[in-house]
Design a protein around this ligand. Structure first.
Ligand code: ADE
Length: 284
């Protein structure tokens, strides 16, 4: 396997783990790392071509992987996904609810359709995935779930819809941690800050070339995070090392969410070196 993980190579052997949005960005990176650690990874997403590309990448590097087309907003498709995975594998030990998305817009120009689409993808889709994982497998066998947030703790000007949805996911994570504890289900979340992910590609040029470099100056670490740094946090939360952690959110943001203008941080290059274990990283 080409992934250079810091975790033990057989950490997830014998496990089946679903990663939604596994066809690109952080989801793809996480799928690569989990496969390198012995899991059978099921990547789910809407775009069959992207899924097939990642399926081939992981197969080529010796990983065990399958791909399922699924729109997580559609209840019947989520149910079909679990039926298919359980018929083929007999188990779902882990679930990474990475799929999601949003677009930049001032709140006053977000249409009802746009707002609903973002909430349905990020919040309702995550709920459906959690519920089906629980009712079809984890209520009887336990399991670990990791949900994807953004840095929404102080709201998120320019992404009102996504911040509202992700706050909902964070709260859902806390509720389910308690409701499902008796079944041995752990459920946590990660909140990446500014990550140098292929997901940035879909934003307009001015965002990437002008706006992001300005934002990076406000990150105490003075750099963006990597996909691998995010995947490592997800892998940790899925692993037995996190056996006593549930209902929590782990921020991966170089302390960005804590920074405010009362403290000037001059340019420096003393942040810990970026961890990038993903040799097939596609970020520019
Ligand atoms: N990635 C982004 N939106 C998605 C959706 N609705 N279903 C699955 N993957 C997605």
């Amino acid at each position: 396997m080409s992934y250079h993980s810091i975790f033990r190579p057989d950490l997830f052997s014998g496990q089946t783990i679903i990663v939604t949005g596994g066809g690109s960005g952080i989801g793809r990176c996480t799928a690569h790392e989990l496969a390198a650690l012995g899991a059978h990874v099921v990547i789910a997403g809407r775009d069959p071509e992207k899924l097939e590309t990642v399926r081939q990448e992981i197969s080529r590097s010796g990983g065990s992987i399958s791909a399922c087309v699924c729109n997580i907003r559609e209840e019947a498709q989520v149910q079909a996904l679990f039926a298919q995975v359980l018929a083929a594998r007999g188990a779902v030990h882990g679930l990474v609810n990475n799929a999601g998305g949003q677009f930049l817009s001032p709140a006053e120009t977000i249409s009802l359709k746009g707002f609903t689409a973002v909430v349905e993808t990020n919040l309702t889709g995550t709920f459906l995935m959690c519920r089906e994982a629980y009712t079809h497998y984890m209520h009887a066998h336990g399991g670990a779930v990791v949900n994807m947030l953004i840095d929404h703790g102080r709201g998120y000007p320019g992404m009102a819809h996504s911040a509202a949805a992700r706050a909902g996911v964070e709260n859902l994570t806390k509720t389910l941690a308690v409701e499902w504890a008796h079944a041995g289900v752990r459920i946590n979340a990660v909140a990446p800050g500014i990550i140098d992910s292929s997901g940035l590609e879909k934003y307009p040029d001015y965002v990437k070339k002008e706006f992001l470099p300005l934002v990076v100056q406000d990150i105490p670490y003075k750099r963006m995070g990597t996909e691998s740094e995010t995947a490592a946090a997800i892998v940790f939360l899925l692993s037995p090392a996190a056996a006593y952690i549930s209902g929590e959110t782990l921020k991966i943001d170089g302390a960005y969410s804590l920074w405010r203008k009362t403290w000037v941080i001059d340019d420096h290059d003393n942040a810990p070196d970026a961890y990038d274990g993903f040799r097939d990283n596609l970020t520019p």
